[in-house]
Design a protein around this ligand. Sequence first.
Ligand code: GBH
Length: 481
Amino acid sequence: MKDLTRRQFGAGGAATAAAALASASMPRFASAQTHAESRQFPQGFLWGCATAAYQIEGGAAEDGRGPSIWDTFSHTPGMVTNGDTGDVADDSYHLYKEDIRLLKNLGVATYRLSISWSRIFPNGTGQPNPKGLDYYSRVVDELLANNITPYLTLFHWDLPEALKGGWQSRDTSKAFAEYAAYVTKHLSGRVHHWMTTNEFSCFTDLGYKDGTNAPGLKLAPAQVNQVRHNGILAHGLAVQAIRANTPSGTQVGLAENASTFVPVIETPEHIEAARKATRDENAPFLTAVMEGKYLAKYLALEGANAPKVAPGDMEAIGSKLDFVGLNVYTADYVKADGSPSGYAILPRPASYPHMAATWINVAPECVYWGIRNVTDLWHPPALYITENGCASDDVPNAAGQIDDTDRLMYLRNHIGNLHRAAAEGYPIKGYFLWSLLDNFEWIAGYTKRFGIHYVDFKTQKRTPKLSAEWYRNVIARNAVE
Ligand code: GBH
């Protein structure tokens, strides 16, 4: 792979070697300049931003939208910080044109957004609500008029409340496929890139095992495994439904926060350990999707609690994908050890640095290794980083500017690792920064700001942060310093 790249980019190996030589005899800035030139992304690399319906839209009861489990959950006292809800959020339901102007100003080629299932089917299934589809149709038109390619996620956690049993029922997986068929059939003339689900573990484990996310249940292991199965089944059935209802050439994938592992040292044994950890630790989710089966190890471990699988399920789940989207924010370091699994996940020292959302332990290599582990294991035809970013404690200064230097540091290092993956020839096609706007950050409500645009939630005023200016510059040069 490395050789390919060097040829592809021309600059890589030779330039690095030249820089190393030069640095011995020449002033520092000369080699630095050479290095900057070598961090150019391939032509046509897609820069974008990502958001999700419930986090930005508001308009919760408008134009016939039915309630989702997140409406119910956020309105349940004690579930979300400060009792915040997505009732209004960024009011993007009304301000979408303004938000698309922000995208235009950044110069992005693409925008990843999600569709609210209960706008389209207020009861989850049955009669569609034409006004719901109209809204997304207008958003898509506005994006296309601005030369921005829409990437649409069909499910980003806002499950219609009306679906009995939620993800405990496989009827929900079937309803999802019907919804996917309906939406893609109507928009496929204008939208060519679809993601089925966003982050299996979040809408299954967090909602039905830990109970921290909607619908807030703490089920027993056997039920949890069934919920997980119904989640990946929904994805698989939706892939089949989309393929059956859209023209050939339509690109179908998913957005998955696979657990990401970085080898402590880049030696063959630790690299192998990181690959093994990726396969084993993602067994109920991405591994099952990419391999069309559950690992024997996982089934043995779960024993009587293993998911019940109906005929045809695994074929659907293993449907070939056009791309894999990775949501990567952090990673764990692993090393090879003599254990049966062949790897050990290292505990983090108490001093390990993190961002304002404290679960984001800073590990910029997560972007490179996320892409590399998944490619080396399963060779998807294409990958995207469908989310990457961080929360900062953004405070406007006296002039109203937000100098989010910590976010800049985070992005620069992660995009640097993205460059490494592209330069080595991995089939990484694009990057979606999370997020365009500060928004409803689920159980953290409005207390964690992930946007590169600051949102004053009282006035809905959007202000570009320093990171927005920085990202615009990256996009314009198609390069990172
Ligand atoms: C993604 O989830 C989501 O796709 C997106 O909607 C979200 O806004 C974005 O990331 C930023 O969070 O606080 O220790 O209990 C990331 C997965 C799952 C990570 C919940 C944080 C809580 C950890 N998230 N998890 S903790």
